[in-house]
Write a protein that binds this ligand. Structure first.
Ligand code: NDP
Ligand code: 8X3
Length: 261
């Protein structure tokens, strides 16, 4: 291919930003979308983010920008996003994926710090990043925001109280953003998975791998690639089609019901 043709192809690539790309869904989404998009990948762990960026550069011709920041910290989000170079500033797709659950305690016994972390990450972090990325989408009258919700956006389960509340909030925000951004032709979608084997339960149980493994034993859980395939499909729809929400569970799971202990 001539250099000129190569440059034209490069210029026509859209830009996707994925939060929480160091692991699980975010990593799989980044490794899938790199075939079509240039990427901004974010997370808190710089080494893991660099590994994902290196993989992408080895397996695709995508340009990658890695941004290390904690979505709980608005100043850190602002510093990272406002300093994005011109080359990456026109973000076409934002995948709000960074999130976590902490423990499974009933309301009378839970650790307040666990609640704060879930609320600050899953609700406030999603809002902070969207607040910083969306003005340019509005200005350009184009964009697609995909929020990662959960079956917990619809169901509650014992000990899931605050996690489920944060994911119910994500559902409300997905609908609210769709209303806010409708006049600008910006699509807003949500993917709501059930049980998927990632680092999610290890993080939930503060590093207890044995307890995490039990959540996924005795049936075939979803894997991160299942979610990446759905995100890719949502993005592949024509301009006039907005998939509002995809709820996806393992075949063995009915709604929110699995054994989490
Ligand atoms: P993982 O733990 O494997 O990945 C979570 C990602 O979020 C990591 O990249 C982590 O990066 C990032 N993250 C967490 N906290 C922060 C923070 N404060 N700032 C920046 N990044 C952060 O879990 P999953 O891939 O499973 O989870 C991804 C999303 O999917 C979450 O929103 C989760 O609630 C949701 N979900 C998960 C399901 C499951 O069963 N696995 C089902 C339904 C929804 P790092 O720690 O490096 O900063
Ligand atoms: C994560 C899946 O079922 O543990 O959102 O709530 S579940």
């Amino acid at each position: 291919m001539t250099k000129k043709k190569h440059n034209i192809l490069k210029m026509s690539r859209k830009i996707a930003m994925i939060t929480g790309a160091t692991s699980g869904f975010g990593e799989a989404i980044a490794k899938t979308l790199c075939q079509q998009y240039d990427l901004i990948i974010t997370g808190r762990n710089e080494d893991k983010l660099t590994n994902v960026a290196n993989w992408i550069q080895e397996h695709s011709s995508a340009k990658v920008l890695s941004l290390v920041f904690d979505v709980q910290d608005f100043s850190a989000c602002e510093k990272a996003i406002k300093n994005i170079s011109q080359e990456f500033e026109n973000i076409d797709v934002l995948v709000n994926n960074a999130g976590l659950a902490q423990e499974l305690q009933t309301v009378d016994q839970a650790d307040i710090a666990d609640w704060e972390r879930m609320i600050d990450t899953n609700i406030k972090g999603l809002l902070y990043v969207t607040r910083l990325v969306s003005p340019r989408m509005v200005q350009r009258k184009t964009g697609h925001i995909i929020n990662i919700g959960s079956t917990a956006s619809h169901e509650v389960y014992k000990g899931g109280n605050v996690y489920c509340a944060t994911k119910h909030a994500v559902m409300a925000l997905t609908k609210a953003m769709r209303t806010d951004f409708l006049p600008y032709g910006i699509k807003v979608s949500q993917v709501s998975p059930g049980a998927a084997e990632t680092q999610f339960s290890v993080v939930r149980f503060h590093g207890d791998q044995e307890r995490a493994d039990k959540v996924y034993s005795g049936y075939d859980p979803l894997v991160a690639q299942d979610i990446a395939d759905i995100v890719e499909f949502i993005l592949s729809r024509p301009a006039h089609v907005c998939l509002n929400e995809v709820i996806v569970t393992p075949t063995a799971q009915f709604n929110g019901v699995i054994n989490r202990n």
